[in-house]
Ligand binder design. Structure first.
Ligand SMILES: Cc1ncc(C[n+]2csc(CCOP(=O)(O)OP(=O)(O)O)c2C)c(N)n1
Ligand code: SF4
Ligand SMILES: [Mg+2]
Length: 351
Protein backbone atom coordinates (compact mmCIF):
# COMPACT_ATOMS: atom_id res chain seq x y z
CA UNK A 1 0.00 0.00 0.00
CA UNK A 2 1.38 3.43 -0.90
CA UNK A 3 1.81 5.65 2.16
CA UNK A 4 0.59 9.20 1.63
CA UNK A 5 2.62 11.78 3.58
CA UNK A 6 0.68 13.06 6.54
CA UNK A 7 -0.30 16.73 6.64
CA UNK A 8 2.27 17.32 9.37
CA UNK A 9 5.30 15.60 7.77
CA UNK A 10 7.82 18.13 6.37
CA UNK A 11 7.88 18.68 2.57
CA UNK A 12 10.91 17.03 0.90
CA UNK A 13 13.79 19.49 0.58
CA UNK A 14 15.29 20.08 -2.90
CA UNK A 15 18.85 18.87 -3.46
CA UNK A 16 21.63 21.39 -2.91
CA UNK A 17 25.15 21.77 -4.30
CA UNK A 18 28.44 22.16 -2.41
CA UNK A 19 27.63 25.79 -1.49
CA UNK A 20 24.10 24.94 -0.33
CA UNK A 21 22.18 26.32 -3.34
CA UNK A 22 19.44 24.56 -5.27
CA UNK A 23 19.28 24.29 -9.06
CA UNK A 24 16.42 26.84 -8.96
CA UNK A 25 18.92 29.39 -7.59
CA UNK A 26 20.70 29.26 -10.97
CA UNK A 27 17.58 29.91 -13.06
CA UNK A 28 16.41 33.16 -14.61
CA UNK A 29 13.14 34.50 -16.00
CA UNK A 30 10.90 32.26 -18.14
CA UNK A 31 12.05 32.12 -21.77
CA UNK A 32 10.17 34.10 -24.42
CA UNK A 33 11.82 32.20 -27.33
CA UNK A 34 9.90 29.94 -29.76
CA UNK A 35 9.01 26.51 -28.32
CA UNK A 36 11.74 24.02 -29.22
CA UNK A 37 14.44 26.64 -29.97
CA UNK A 38 17.92 25.16 -29.51
CA UNK A 39 18.93 28.21 -27.47
CA UNK A 40 16.57 27.15 -24.64
CA UNK A 41 18.23 23.71 -24.53
CA UNK A 42 21.62 25.43 -24.09
CA UNK A 43 20.21 27.64 -21.32
CA UNK A 44 19.07 24.50 -19.46
CA UNK A 45 22.60 23.05 -19.64
CA UNK A 46 24.19 26.32 -18.47
CA UNK A 47 21.91 26.24 -15.38
CA UNK A 48 22.84 22.60 -14.73
CA UNK A 49 26.59 23.11 -15.23
CA UNK A 50 26.85 26.16 -12.96
CA UNK A 51 24.73 24.46 -10.30
CA UNK A 52 26.88 21.34 -10.40
CA UNK A 53 30.19 23.25 -10.33
CA UNK A 54 28.80 25.26 -7.42
CA UNK A 55 29.89 28.76 -8.38
CA UNK A 56 28.51 31.68 -6.38
CA UNK A 57 25.99 33.46 -8.66
CA UNK A 58 27.15 36.91 -7.47
CA UNK A 59 30.68 36.03 -8.68
CA UNK A 60 29.43 35.62 -12.26
CA UNK A 61 28.78 38.25 -14.94
CA UNK A 62 26.62 37.43 -17.98
CA UNK A 63 27.26 39.33 -21.20
CA UNK A 64 25.66 39.27 -24.62
CA UNK A 65 25.13 41.14 -27.87
CA UNK A 66 21.87 41.27 -29.86
CA UNK A 67 19.82 38.38 -31.27
CA UNK A 68 17.52 35.64 -29.95
CA UNK A 69 20.67 33.98 -28.54
CA UNK A 70 21.77 37.20 -26.88
CA UNK A 71 18.42 37.41 -25.06
CA UNK A 72 19.09 34.14 -23.24
CA UNK A 73 21.20 35.44 -20.31
CA UNK A 74 17.88 36.73 -18.96
CA UNK A 75 16.80 33.07 -18.63
CA UNK A 76 19.60 31.86 -16.34
CA UNK A 77 21.48 33.04 -13.26
CA UNK A 78 19.14 35.81 -12.21
CA UNK A 79 21.29 36.49 -9.14
CA UNK A 80 24.35 37.31 -11.28
CA UNK A 81 25.54 40.55 -12.88
CA UNK A 82 24.46 41.10 -16.48
CA UNK A 83 25.07 43.40 -19.44
CA UNK A 84 23.15 43.07 -22.72
CA UNK A 85 25.35 45.14 -25.05
CA UNK A 86 25.05 46.32 -28.68
CA UNK A 87 25.07 43.97 -31.68
CA UNK A 88 28.53 42.37 -32.00
CA UNK A 89 30.05 44.47 -29.22
CA UNK A 90 29.93 42.02 -26.31
CA UNK A 91 33.72 41.33 -26.45
CA UNK A 92 34.57 44.99 -25.71
CA UNK A 93 32.24 45.03 -22.72
CA UNK A 94 33.68 41.69 -21.56
CA UNK A 95 37.24 43.03 -21.84
CA UNK A 96 36.29 46.07 -19.73
CA UNK A 97 34.48 43.92 -17.16
CA UNK A 98 37.50 41.64 -16.85
CA UNK A 99 39.82 44.61 -16.32
CA UNK A 100 37.52 46.14 -13.72
CA UNK A 101 37.17 42.93 -11.72
CA UNK A 102 39.12 39.87 -12.77
CA UNK A 103 37.74 37.82 -9.90
CA UNK A 104 34.38 37.51 -11.70
CA UNK A 105 33.67 34.51 -13.94
CA UNK A 106 32.44 35.88 -17.27
CA UNK A 107 29.96 34.03 -19.44
CA UNK A 108 29.23 35.56 -22.84
CA UNK A 109 26.38 34.36 -25.06
CA UNK A 110 26.38 35.37 -28.70
CA UNK A 111 24.87 34.27 -32.00
CA UNK A 112 26.50 33.31 -35.27
CA UNK A 113 25.35 36.66 -36.67
CA UNK A 114 26.50 38.55 -33.58
CA UNK A 115 29.95 36.88 -33.66
CA UNK A 116 30.72 35.88 -37.27
CA UNK A 117 29.13 38.87 -39.04
CA UNK A 118 28.97 42.28 -37.32
CA UNK A 119 31.14 41.25 -34.34
CA UNK A 120 33.89 39.33 -36.11
CA UNK A 121 36.63 41.91 -35.41
CA UNK A 122 35.66 42.15 -31.77
CA UNK A 123 35.68 38.34 -31.43
CA UNK A 124 39.18 38.16 -32.96
CA UNK A 125 40.66 40.72 -30.58
CA UNK A 126 39.07 39.16 -27.49
CA UNK A 127 40.70 35.84 -28.41
CA UNK A 128 44.03 37.45 -29.30
CA UNK A 129 44.14 39.04 -25.85
CA UNK A 130 42.99 35.82 -24.17
CA UNK A 131 40.34 37.57 -22.06
CA UNK A 132 39.07 34.98 -19.55
CA UNK A 133 35.48 34.23 -20.57
CA UNK A 134 33.23 31.29 -21.42
CA UNK A 135 32.27 32.45 -24.91
CA UNK A 136 29.25 30.54 -26.26
CA UNK A 137 28.14 30.92 -29.86
CA UNK A 138 24.57 29.64 -30.24
CA UNK A 139 25.02 28.78 -33.90
CA UNK A 140 21.89 28.31 -36.03
CA UNK A 141 23.26 29.54 -39.36
CA UNK A 142 20.72 32.35 -39.57
CA UNK A 143 19.79 35.72 -38.08
CA UNK A 144 16.85 34.32 -36.09
CA UNK A 145 15.74 37.60 -34.54
CA UNK A 146 15.45 39.39 -37.89
CA UNK A 147 13.50 36.54 -39.50
CA UNK A 148 16.01 34.04 -40.80
CA UNK A 149 18.51 35.55 -43.27
CA UNK A 150 21.71 33.47 -43.83
CA UNK A 151 24.54 34.24 -41.42
CA UNK A 152 28.26 33.90 -42.11
CA UNK A 153 28.34 30.38 -40.62
CA UNK A 154 25.71 29.02 -43.04
CA UNK A 155 27.15 26.17 -45.09
CA UNK A 156 27.77 26.62 -48.80
CA UNK A 157 24.82 25.13 -50.67
CA UNK A 158 22.45 25.06 -47.68
CA UNK A 159 18.89 26.17 -48.33
CA UNK A 160 16.54 28.70 -46.70
CA UNK A 161 12.87 27.86 -46.19
CA UNK A 162 12.12 30.18 -49.11
CA UNK A 163 14.33 28.03 -51.37
CA UNK A 164 17.22 30.53 -51.52
CA UNK A 165 20.58 28.69 -51.73
CA UNK A 166 23.63 30.01 -49.89
CA UNK A 167 26.40 30.68 -52.40
CA UNK A 168 29.05 31.89 -49.94
CA UNK A 169 31.52 29.74 -47.98
CA UNK A 170 31.03 29.52 -44.19
CA UNK A 171 33.37 30.95 -41.56
CA UNK A 172 34.42 28.16 -39.20
CA UNK A 173 34.61 29.92 -35.83
CA UNK A 174 36.47 27.04 -34.14
CA UNK A 175 39.12 26.97 -36.87
CA UNK A 176 39.44 30.75 -36.65
CA UNK A 177 39.69 30.70 -32.84
CA UNK A 178 42.55 28.16 -32.95
CA UNK A 179 44.30 30.20 -35.65
CA UNK A 180 44.07 33.25 -33.37
CA UNK A 181 45.69 31.37 -30.49
CA UNK A 182 42.64 30.44 -28.41
CA UNK A 183 43.52 27.89 -25.69
CA UNK A 184 40.09 26.21 -25.34
CA UNK A 185 38.04 25.47 -28.43
CA UNK A 186 35.06 23.12 -28.50
CA UNK A 187 32.11 22.31 -30.73
CA UNK A 188 28.89 20.80 -29.47
CA UNK A 189 25.19 20.43 -30.19
CA UNK A 190 22.19 21.75 -28.24
CA UNK A 191 20.72 18.24 -28.48
CA UNK A 192 23.71 16.62 -26.73
CA UNK A 193 23.23 17.69 -23.08
CA UNK A 194 25.79 15.32 -21.56
CA UNK A 195 28.64 16.54 -23.74
CA UNK A 196 27.59 20.17 -23.44
CA UNK A 197 27.48 20.13 -19.62
CA UNK A 198 30.96 18.58 -19.40
CA UNK A 199 32.35 21.21 -21.80
CA UNK A 200 30.67 24.07 -19.92
CA UNK A 201 32.10 22.89 -16.60
CA UNK A 202 35.58 22.56 -18.09
CA UNK A 203 35.29 26.00 -19.69
CA UNK A 204 34.38 27.45 -16.28
CA UNK A 205 37.65 26.02 -14.88
CA UNK A 206 39.77 27.39 -17.74
CA UNK A 207 41.72 30.62 -17.26
CA UNK A 208 41.52 32.30 -20.65
CA UNK A 209 39.08 32.59 -23.56
CA UNK A 210 37.08 29.36 -23.86
CA UNK A 211 35.13 29.21 -27.11
CA UNK A 212 32.14 26.87 -27.42
CA UNK A 213 30.51 26.80 -30.84
CA UNK A 214 27.18 25.07 -30.19
CA UNK A 215 24.92 24.12 -33.11
CA UNK A 216 21.53 25.35 -31.92
CA UNK A 217 18.68 24.83 -34.40
CA UNK A 218 16.27 27.70 -35.11
CA UNK A 219 12.96 25.83 -35.31
CA UNK A 220 11.17 28.75 -36.92
CA UNK A 221 13.54 29.64 -39.77
CA UNK A 222 16.20 26.93 -40.22
CA UNK A 223 14.99 23.46 -39.27
CA UNK A 224 13.87 22.11 -42.65
CA UNK A 225 15.17 19.72 -45.31
CA UNK A 226 18.23 21.29 -46.97
CA UNK A 227 19.41 23.04 -43.78
CA UNK A 228 22.69 21.86 -42.26
CA UNK A 229 21.80 23.40 -38.88
CA UNK A 230 18.56 21.46 -38.29
CA UNK A 231 17.93 18.97 -35.46
CA UNK A 232 17.62 16.14 -37.98
CA UNK A 233 20.89 16.96 -39.78
CA UNK A 234 22.87 17.48 -36.56
CA UNK A 235 21.48 14.31 -34.91
CA UNK A 236 22.26 12.18 -37.95
CA UNK A 237 25.68 13.69 -38.65
CA UNK A 238 27.12 14.28 -35.15
CA UNK A 239 30.44 12.48 -34.76
CA UNK A 240 31.81 12.92 -31.22
CA UNK A 241 35.62 12.86 -31.12
CA UNK A 242 35.66 11.51 -27.56
CA UNK A 243 33.49 10.93 -24.53
CA UNK A 244 34.00 13.72 -22.02
CA UNK A 245 34.14 13.40 -18.26
CA UNK A 246 34.70 16.34 -15.90
CA UNK A 247 36.08 15.86 -12.39
CA UNK A 248 35.87 19.01 -10.25
CA UNK A 249 38.84 20.06 -8.10
CA UNK A 250 36.95 19.24 -4.90
CA UNK A 251 36.40 15.59 -5.86
CA UNK A 252 38.98 12.88 -5.44
CA UNK A 253 40.66 12.13 -8.75
CA UNK A 254 41.02 8.44 -9.50
CA UNK A 255 44.12 7.54 -11.47
CA UNK A 256 43.05 4.20 -12.87
CA UNK A 257 42.53 5.39 -16.42
CA UNK A 258 44.00 3.69 -19.44
CA UNK A 259 46.62 6.02 -20.97
CA UNK A 260 46.18 4.34 -24.34
CA UNK A 261 42.50 5.15 -24.66
CA UNK A 262 42.06 8.26 -22.53
CA UNK A 263 43.57 11.70 -22.39
CA UNK A 264 43.53 13.46 -19.04
CA UNK A 265 43.86 17.25 -18.97
CA UNK A 266 44.38 19.15 -15.71
CA UNK A 267 42.69 22.54 -15.75
CA UNK A 268 43.81 25.75 -14.02
CA UNK A 269 41.80 25.25 -10.82
CA UNK A 270 42.92 21.62 -10.38
CA UNK A 271 39.84 20.09 -12.05
CA UNK A 272 40.34 17.36 -14.62
CA UNK A 273 38.84 16.77 -18.03
CA UNK A 274 38.99 13.19 -19.14
CA UNK A 275 38.72 12.52 -22.85
CA UNK A 276 37.92 8.94 -23.68
CA UNK A 277 38.77 8.09 -27.26
CA UNK A 278 35.92 6.94 -29.50
CA UNK A 279 37.69 5.23 -32.33
CA UNK A 280 39.55 8.41 -33.38
CA UNK A 281 43.19 8.81 -32.50
CA UNK A 282 42.73 12.43 -31.55
CA UNK A 283 45.10 14.53 -29.43
CA UNK A 284 43.30 17.68 -28.21
CA UNK A 285 46.63 19.35 -27.34
CA UNK A 286 47.95 19.17 -30.92
CA UNK A 287 47.22 22.58 -32.49
CA UNK A 288 48.13 21.75 -36.08
CA UNK A 289 46.35 18.42 -35.78
CA UNK A 290 43.21 20.25 -34.63
CA UNK A 291 43.32 22.71 -37.56
CA UNK A 292 43.84 19.83 -39.96
CA UNK A 293 40.98 17.80 -38.44
CA UNK A 294 38.55 20.74 -38.67
CA UNK A 295 39.47 21.42 -42.31
CA UNK A 296 39.20 17.74 -43.22
CA UNK A 297 35.80 17.48 -41.50
CA UNK A 298 34.57 20.51 -43.45
CA UNK A 299 35.68 18.95 -46.74
CA UNK A 300 33.96 15.67 -45.81
CA UNK A 301 30.89 17.53 -44.44
CA UNK A 302 31.30 15.82 -41.06
CA UNK A 303 29.86 17.40 -37.90
CA UNK A 304 32.64 16.73 -35.37
CA UNK A 305 31.93 17.57 -31.73
CA UNK A 306 34.01 17.59 -28.57
CA UNK A 307 37.05 19.45 -27.27
CA UNK A 308 38.91 20.35 -30.46
CA UNK A 309 41.88 22.06 -28.86
CA UNK A 310 43.26 22.86 -25.42
CA UNK A 311 46.38 24.75 -24.35
CA UNK A 312 46.69 25.46 -20.65
CA UNK A 313 49.92 27.40 -20.90
CA UNK A 314 48.94 30.63 -22.59
CA UNK A 315 48.97 33.66 -20.24
CA UNK A 316 45.57 35.27 -19.78
CA UNK A 317 44.92 38.98 -20.36
CA UNK A 318 45.15 39.96 -16.65
CA UNK A 319 48.39 37.94 -16.31
CA UNK A 320 49.90 39.73 -19.30
CA UNK A 321 49.03 43.10 -17.80
CA UNK A 322 50.46 42.14 -14.37
CA UNK A 323 47.30 43.36 -12.67
CA UNK A 324 47.37 43.76 -8.90
CA UNK A 325 45.49 41.12 -6.90
CA UNK A 326 42.78 43.50 -5.72
CA UNK A 327 40.13 44.13 -8.44
CA UNK A 328 40.74 47.53 -10.09
CA UNK A 329 37.13 48.49 -9.39
CA UNK A 330 37.76 48.04 -5.66
CA UNK A 331 40.92 50.17 -5.46
CA UNK A 332 40.62 53.44 -3.57
CA UNK A 333 41.73 56.65 -5.26
CA UNK A 334 44.81 56.75 -3.02
CA UNK A 335 45.72 53.18 -4.11
CA UNK A 336 45.60 54.14 -7.79
CA UNK A 337 47.98 57.09 -7.33
CA UNK A 338 51.69 56.19 -7.64
CA UNK A 339 53.89 57.60 -4.86
CA UNK A 340 55.82 60.79 -5.63
CA UNK A 341 59.18 58.94 -5.92
CA UNK A 342 57.74 56.53 -8.50
CA UNK A 343 56.35 59.41 -10.57
CA UNK A 344 59.75 61.12 -10.41
CA UNK A 345 61.44 57.90 -11.58
CA UNK A 346 59.03 57.68 -14.51
CA UNK A 347 59.66 61.32 -15.46
CA UNK A 348 63.41 60.78 -15.15
CA UNK A 349 63.22 57.79 -17.50
CA UNK A 350 61.96 60.11 -20.28
CA UNK A 351 64.90 62.50 -20.02
C1 LIG B 1 23.95 47.61 -35.36
C2 LIG B 1 22.84 46.64 -35.66
N1 LIG B 1 22.74 46.11 -36.90
C3 LIG B 1 21.74 45.24 -37.19
C4 LIG B 1 20.84 44.89 -36.23
C5 LIG B 1 19.70 43.93 -36.57
N2 LIG B 1 19.89 42.63 -35.99
C6 LIG B 1 19.37 42.29 -34.81
S1 LIG B 1 19.72 40.73 -34.34
C7 LIG B 1 20.57 40.46 -35.78
C8 LIG B 1 21.20 39.12 -36.10
C9 LIG B 1 21.04 38.12 -35.02
O1 LIG B 1 21.55 36.88 -35.47
P1 LIG B 1 22.34 35.94 -34.50
O2 LIG B 1 23.41 36.68 -33.79
O3 LIG B 1 22.75 34.78 -35.29
O4 LIG B 1 21.28 35.58 -33.38
P2 LIG B 1 19.99 34.62 -33.44
O5 LIG B 1 18.83 35.55 -33.45
O6 LIG B 1 20.08 33.78 -34.67
O7 LIG B 1 20.10 33.83 -32.20
C10 LIG B 1 20.59 41.60 -36.59
C11 LIG B 1 21.24 41.67 -37.90
C12 LIG B 1 20.99 45.45 -34.94
N3 LIG B 1 20.17 45.14 -33.93
N4 LIG B 1 21.99 46.31 -34.68
S1 SF4 C 1 13.30 32.73 -34.29
FE1 SF4 C 1 14.61 30.93 -34.25
S2 SF4 C 1 16.39 31.51 -32.98
FE2 SF4 C 1 14.72 32.96 -32.56
S3 SF4 C 1 13.63 32.14 -30.80
FE3 SF4 C 1 12.59 31.41 -32.62
S4 SF4 C 1 13.50 29.41 -33.04
FE4 SF4 C 1 14.89 30.48 -31.65
MG1 LIG D 1 21.86 32.93 -35.45
Amino acid sequence: MVQTPSKDSPAPQPATNRIGLTQADYKGSPSTLCDGCGHDAITAQIIKAFYEVGLEPHQIAKLSGIGCSSKTPAYFLNRSHGFNSCHGRMPSVATGANLANDTLTLIGVSGDGDTASIGLGQFCHLIRRNVPIIYIIENNGVYGLTKGQFSATADFGSKLKTGVINDLPPIDLCGLAIELGCGFVARSFAGDPKQLVALLKAAASFKGSAVLDVISPCVTFNNHEGSTKSYKYAKEMETPLHELGYIPFYEQITVDYDHGTEQDVELHDGSHLRLKKLGHDYDATDRLGAINTIQQANIEKKFLTGLLYINENKPSFPDLLHLVDKPLAALTEAETRPPKEVLEQIMASYK
